[in-house]
Design a protein around this ligand. Structure first.
Ligand SMILES: NC(=O)c1ccc[n+]([C@@H]2O[C@H](COP(=O)([O-])OP(=O)(O)OC[C@H]3O[C@@H](n4cnc5c(N)ncnc54)[C@H](O)[C@@H]3O)[C@@H](O)[C@H]2O)c1
Length: 250
């Protein structure tokens, strides 16, 4: 028995990295998946290949900061799949380790719009459909930067906000059987971090930061999202699943 049989999911930021790994894993576990991203070419390329393998994945170009885009994405998902059970708010941007004085208001607004307002709009658009389906699971991809400081003021604030957005929704939506959880990844090798992690200084910092002395892989985050999306975690809501090789345990 596959772990997401008869479930449907929207996964944002799925052109590569953790979003693509999660979308692919969910489809392999029996879900029908709408994979979205602002970047069309890489998204289309891997989704087309996955469709040829027989996986039930569709894609849409979607800016998570746009309320209109959310409306079109949800409408198309419902018209293709009939109902919605799972939302993974994964799209995000990392503007670097910029401190308060270095951060312009434009940069702050952009990071908050994508990393925090995006998931808020996604929840607003999807909750009525999750409720209609009799319940569901929202998985928000934050970061260990949302738990501890020193990772850039706008990024940390957006991810810390996302942890509390999840908790607030977990409390208010429990009566509707909608669970809302957060994953806080540590450093993971993806298109977002490829250049950053290529630097020897950064590799040294990761080795010192993580008791495991390594970065994570996208599939290790996708495995956590699978647990939180599936019925194996029916008693889990309002929590943060930290997947970081022990970095914040220090
Ligand atoms: N890689 C890491 O070390 C790390 C660590 C902690 C948290 N995260 C978080 O994990 C999530 C996935 O990141 P990733 O590492 O796979 O990087 P990634 O860059 O591969 O994925 C992020 C995706 O979001 C998309 N995106 C950016 N702005 C968007 C918008 N306005 N609308 C729709 N899509 C948009 C990008 O095109 C990209 O495909 C992000 O939220 C990131 O903040 C990453």
């Amino acid at each position: 028995m596959k772990r997401l049989n008869n479930k449907t999911a929207i996964i944002t930021g799925a052109a590569g990295g953790m979003g693509a790994a999660t979308a692919r894993l969910f489809a392999m576990e029996g879900a029908r998946v709408m994979a979205t991203d602002i970047q069309e070419a890489p998204l289309q390329e891997w989704v087309t290949a996955a469709q040829q393998e027989g996986l039930a994945i569709e894609y849409m170009v979607h800016d998570v900061a746009s309320e209109n885009d959310w409306s079109s994405t949800v409408d198309r998902t419902i018209s293709l799949f009939g109902h919605l059970d799972i939302l993974v708010n994964n799209a995000g941007v990392f503007p670097g380790f910029t401190n308060c004085e270095e951060t312009t208001k434009d940069l702050w607004d952009k990071v908050i719009a994508i990393n925090l307002t995006g998931p808020f709009l996604g929840c607003k658009a999807c909750i009525p459909h999750l409720r209609k389906a009799g319940g569901g699971s929202v998985v928000n991809i934050a970061s260990i930067a949302g738990l501890v400081g020193g990772n850039g003021v706008a990024y940390s604030s957006s991810k810390g906000g996302l942890c509390l957005l999840s908790k607030d929704l977990a409390v208010t939506l429990a009566k509707d059987k909608i669970r809302v959880n957060t994953i806080c990844p540590g450093a993971v090798l993806t298109p977002m971090t490829k250049d950053l992690l290529a630097s020897p200084d950064m590799q040294e910092m990761i080795r010192n930061m993580s008791p495991q002395g390594r970065v994570g892989e996208a599939i290790e985050i996708a495995n956590g999202a699978l647990y939180l999306a599936s019925d194996e975690s029916l008693f889990v809501t309002g929590t943060e699943l930290v997947i970081d090789g022990g970095a914040v345990a220090r």
